[in-house]
Design a protein around this ligand. Structure first.
Ligand SMILES: C=CC1=C(C)c2cc3[nH]c(cc4nc(cc5[nH]c(cc1n2)c(C)c5CCC(=O)O)C(CCC(=O)O)=C4C)c(C)c3C=C
Ligand SMILES: [Fe+2]
Ligand SMILES: [Fe+2]
Length: 339
């Protein structure tokens, strides 16, 4: 297929104290999330000067990717557009149109399939295209990469580095806890989020040879009345300590970089919880700009540019679809009844 640009589509984040509340209002627009939760999360961001690290992490990712593409003779300009903060997707697409881009491949920073991580990204592209009009570039999302060897090898290296920090005599008993963003059960029922997460965790655990793992969730935002994926990472840390565990490795497999949900919910909250209950806490790394991860993005681009390139995938499920079917990752949230 002929593509003439790459768009990196991400979440976005504030870059100063005054941007925190408007950013969170963008994130939570139309969501059944209490205002108190918004204000609580705002405090997490303010704790770090109102600056989310996600934007610099995306700038670093794009810089590394440009070098990788250039080194491999792939001549595609790289653009960046966010769903919830500047540079907004609509502005980026308008710039792409002005530059003459007609058909872009889209790399989404979200790994696992759900309404929030797949369909909403595609809906936001469609909205931005509608705003621009008939000249807007066509956009094709790159397939999900949860079982791509480049993602699994990257996360395996991160977990292995954490295992290596534990004294040899305690290593086999260490608890390996993978975390991902909790989502409403009504959302997870309509997608492969949990299935894909379990497969990634299994593949990483097998590659490290460390069988003692579990998958837990973090960063829940819903009202207490709404069921979200559980268990929560902090509850599990307490339970592990009560059952005699000494070491816990927390691997945020659900995210590709150390953004605020990692820095606050894990490096602050979960770490403090572990200290409270006397557990040695090691937070494992995220993919970031690790060379194997950047190489994976280039490989995913190559397989779309040249359909003869074999599609790589580990484990049971094979490579995911290139084009989402019409019912992919649907979500019709239950709204509270008025009155
Ligand atoms: C209904 C589901 C979700 C709500 C509500 C929600 C609130 C919320 N999220 C953030 C910040 C981030 N979320 C990120 C990823 C993410 N969020 C959800 C779901 C909900 N979040 C999912 C399924 C995912 C994973 C898919 C994805 O978009 O990545 C991220 C990371 C983004 C990245 O590119 O890595 C951030 C940051 C806030 C502040 C918030 C409101 C309280
Ligand atoms: Fe989120
Ligand atoms: Fe999907």
């Amino acid at each position: 297929m002929k593509y003439d640009a790459l768009l990196v589509q991400s979440f976005g984040g504030p870059e100063g104290p005054d941007e925190v509340i408007p950013f969170l209002e963008n994130v939570l627009r139309g969501r059944n999330v209490p205002r108190e939760r918004l204000l609580e999360v705002a405090e997490h961001y303010q704790h770090f000067g109102g600056v989310s690290p996600i934007n610099q992490q995306n700038r670093d990712l794009i810089a590394a990717l440009k070098v990788e593409l250039q080194t491999h003779g792939i001549d595609l300009p790289v653009y960046w557009g966010n769903r919830n903060w500047t540079p907004y997707l609509a502005d980026t697409l308008a710039q792409m149109e002005a530059d003459g881009v007609q058909h872009a491949l889209v790399f989404v920073t979200s790994v696992f399939s759900s309404y929030s991580g797949c369909r909403q990204y595609r809906e936001d592209i469609a909205k931005a295209q509608a705003e621009i009009g008939p000249g807007a570039p066509r956009c094709d999302k790159i397939r999900t990469y949860y079982n791509h060897p480049g993602f699994i090898e990257t996360m395996t290296a991160c977990v292995q580095e954490s295992l290596d920090q534990i004294p040899a005599e305690r290593r086999a008993a260490a608890e390996l806890v993978f975390t991902a963003h909790s989502i409403p059960i009504g959302m997870s029922d309509n997608c492969n989020y949990v299935k894909q997460l379990n497969e990634s965790c299994r593949l990483v655990s097998e590659a490290t040879g460390h069988a003692n793992w579990r998958l837990v969730y973090q960063s829940r935002s819903g009202p207490p009345t709404q069921p979200w994926l559980e268990p929560d990472v902090c509850d599990v840390i307490r339970e592990l300590a009560a059952s005699g565990a000494k070491d816990v490795i927390v691997s945020p497999i659900g995210f590709i970089s150390d953004h605020m949900e990692v820095l606050f919910d894990l490096d602050t909250e979960a770490k403090d919880t572990a200290a409270e209950v006397g557990l040695n806490f090691i937070r494992s790394g995220t993919a970031g700009v690790r060379p194997r991860f950047i190489q994976m993005i280039r490989e995913l681009i190559e397989e779309r540019l040249n359909p003869e390139t074999p599609k790589q995938a580990l484990g049971t499920f094979g490579p995911s679809h290139d084009f989402c079917p019409s019912d992919c990752c649907l979500y019709a949230p239950q709204r509270p009844r008025p009155g």
